[in-house]
Ligand binder design. Structure first.
Ligand SMILES: Nc1ncnc2c1ncn2[C@@H]1O[C@H](COP(=O)(O)OP(=O)(O)OP(=O)(O)O)[C@@H](O)[C@H]1O
Ligand SMILES: [Mg+2]
Length: 244
């Protein structure tokens, strides 16, 4: 059965798009059929993270409004078998949450995983994505303001009736934790009140890959790419060797 994950956060810039692109690629490389949907309307960049920016013709709004066929909206990744992408509208279009949910339900028949890259914050864009999802990943850094807002994002998912909500702790910097200048993993989990599905260390290679519009998971094996692969394995219930 297809799992539809909303990937969200309270604050912006926590790594939602990085996690969506990374997990979608990792699971496709494991043989799964995956659809990555950019729901960050007007501020999208999942296309860049997947290296698909030159392939976008139609977008999510076209699909939901019936202006384009599904075959025309779904972009097949040329370098990763099983990975498909749906772009966000570049203009601030209003998408009807019920219509989006119905479209994603239809897509679910053809995929093992659907990841929805949400916009930052907890407004109507967030609610639209949450309404279409069956599970959620809250991406937070271990910074106090971010943890606080991530806890609110988690509450919003619970209110939407989503019970499988897990934490991805991103941009973890062991030196700061050791010095007591950032929350450690246990403190982060306690403050958000969610189970941890995995942590991703702060890694310059993520920034380089994004800047070059190169999919991280195709370019890198170590560092954050390995952390993301571990999270993909956990989603598939495959045992993972602890890193720290
Ligand atoms: N683990 C990491 N190590 C280093 N840099 C990272 C890591 N994760 C994300 N980044 C960088 O942080 C920035 C924001 O990441 P990203 O765009 O994935 O966040 P976002 O939550 O989707 O942002 P927005 O709220 O604007 O949509 C990017 O420059 C990205 O390269
Ligand atoms: Mg983003």
């Amino acid at each position: 059965m297809c799992k539809v994950f909303a990937v969200a956060s309270g604050k912006g810039g926590t790594g939602k798009t990085t996690v969506t692109a990374g997990l979608s690629s990792a699971l496709a490389l494991m043989g799964k059929r995956v659809c990555a949907i950019d729901a960050d309307i007007g501020l999208s960049n999942l296309d860049l993270a997947l290296g698909l920016q030159d392939k976008v013709v139609f977008d999510l709004f076209d699909l939901v409004c019936g202006r384009a066929e599904r075959e025309d909206v779904l972009i097949r990744h040329p370098d990763t078998d099983g990975l498909y992408f749906i772009a966000a509208p570049s203009e601030r279009e209003q998408i009807d949450p019920e219509a989006l949910r119905a479209e994603i339900e239809k897509l679910s028949e053809d995929f093992d995983y659907i990841f929805i890259d949400c916009c930052a914050g907890l407004g109507s864009g967030f609610e639209m994505s949450a309404h279409a999802a069956s599970c959620a990943l809250v991406v937070s850094t271990p910074d106090t303001p971010c943890l606080k807002d991530s806890a609110r994002a988690a509450d919003c998912f619970f209110r939407e009736g989503i019970t499988d909500v897990r934490l991805v702790l991103n941009r973890v910097r062991p030196k700061m934790i050791k010095k007591g200048n950032a929350a450690n993993v246990d403190e982060s989990m306690d403050r958000i009140g969610l189970p941890l599905v995995g942590l991703i260390f702060d890694d310059e290679r993520v920034i380089t890959a994004f800047n070059r519009c190169e999919p991280l998971m195709l370019k890198q094996k170590k560092g954050a790419a390995a952390d993301i692969r571990d999270i993909a394995r956990r989603l598939e219930h495959i045992p993972v060797r602890p890193r720290i």
